[in-house]
Design a protein around this ligand. Structure first.
Ligand code: COA
Ligand code: ZN
Length: 331
């Protein structure tokens, strides 16, 4: 425990992209915009607003342009969006996003399933996207899927992951997100991979992205932060998942992670009460129970009433002491 540490961490919200892409019903555009406007004042470093993917692949986010164009952008918050190809990049440029979050998988099978391209085909398109972004002065982050394992291929070798990071670094991207797409990561692996990536590319901004599929999301977050990661993706309510990755479930929940990091003394810059209100709003929009735990339990110093018969318990305990005192005096 390190209650005195005051290190700054940067929190990225992905509920409106990773979360909403996985929801069965279409969340109305006006509701998405109102939620993002609510989030803008809560202290986030970044909000992943939407994705510019094929509306056939991700129908839930087919309103990306309208959402991006109508949100109220707060100064200091980076409004980003997921971009899988050149068509997506052109759409994103039209609505002036602050950053491209380009995506590809380090697993060939997952890349083919999710993006319908080989990894080489994705890389070739993304190299063009990065050129386009440079011309428009838009920074690029790369979200690399399945870096801690692939649900169809199993282990993804660390050399494979490093190879893709090297190739994107050579193209001049600003940052890399290490994505645990289906919650396969475990803490020692997180420490090793995050540590190795940061040591190899000290000039890149690394972000960690965990799904809580096997209940290791929070401990993996701690492992990443202890390895030196300062930027973390998370999703309000713990919604999320890739529709093209078998067994995918939600991201680590923003309110759970922020509460934990604040308890540990990290400076997240986040308004926790505001997050709880926003998580409740996410619950209303998705219309199902949320996996996050903090809204049910309250923060750790939430105080509860003692049992209804507590006065009687206290009186009986006092009577017991009185009786013992009398017995001791008599003997
Ligand atoms: N935005 C909107 N439309 C797009 C598009 C984009 N980014 N990319 C392609 N399209 C359209 C094309 O214009 C074409 O339209 P048409 O049928 O009317 O002519 C159609 O989609 C097919 O284009 P093609 O290039 O052959 O794409 P594809 O069908 O092979 O799909 C992707 C490739 C990458 C666009 C698609 O797989 C995708 O969007 N995947 C994203 C998955 C995702 O977001 N997963 C979760 C996040 S990790
Ligand atoms: Zn994800």
């Amino acid at each position: 425990m390190n209650p005195g540490n005051n290190q700054r961490l940067y929190i990225n919200e992905v509920a409106t992209r990773d979360g909403f892409q996985m929801e069965g019903h279409f969340i109305p555009t006006d509701d998405k915009i109102a939620l993002i406007d609510q989030l803008g004042t809560l202290g986030y470093a970044k909000i992943e607003v939407t994705s510019f993917t094929s509306p056939k692949a991700i129908p839930a986010l087919r309103d990306g342009e309208e959402v991006m164009a109508r949100i109220a952008r707060q100064p200091g918050v980076v409004y980003t969006a997921l971009v899988p190809n050149l068509r997506g990049a052109e759409r994103a440029l039209d609505v002036h996003i602050d950053e491209f979050n380009v995506v590809m998988s380090t697993s060939e099978t997952h890349n083919l399933s999710n993006l319908r391209m080989t990894r080489e085909q994705s890389f070739a398109q993304l190299a063009e996207v990065i050129g386009l972004a440079r011309g428009a002065n838009v920074p690029v982050n790369v979200s690399l899927s399945c870096v801690f394992g692939c649900p169809t291929e199993g282990e993804v070798p660390q050399e494979t992951v490093m190879g893709w990071i090297d190739r994107f670094a050579a193209l001049g991207v600003k940052g890399i997100t290490l994505c645990d797409t289906t919650g396969m990561a475990y803490p020692t692996q997180v420490q090793t991979l995050c540590g190795a990536a940061m040591a190899r590319h000290p000039g890149l901004e690394f972000t960690a992205h965990f799904h809580n599929t096997r209940a290791m999301g929070l401990v993996n977050t701690v492992a990443a932060v202890e390895a030196g990661i300062r930027r973390i993706d998370m999703s309000l309510g713990g919604i999320g998942g890739c529709p093209y990755a078998p067994g995918a479930t939600g991201n680590v929940a923003t309110e759970d992670v922020v509460h934990m990091l604040q308890c540990m003394g990290y400076d997240t810059g986040m308004d926790l009460d505001g997050l709880l209100a926003a998580a409740a709003q996410v619950g209303r929009l998705v219309q199902h129970d949320l996996p996050s735990q903090l809204p049910r339990a309250g923060h750790r110093l939430t105080r509860h009433q003692p049992p209804a018969d507590f006065p009687e318990i206290v009186a009986r305990a006092a009577a017991r002491d009185a009786k013992r005192d009398t017995t001791e005096t008599l003997s």
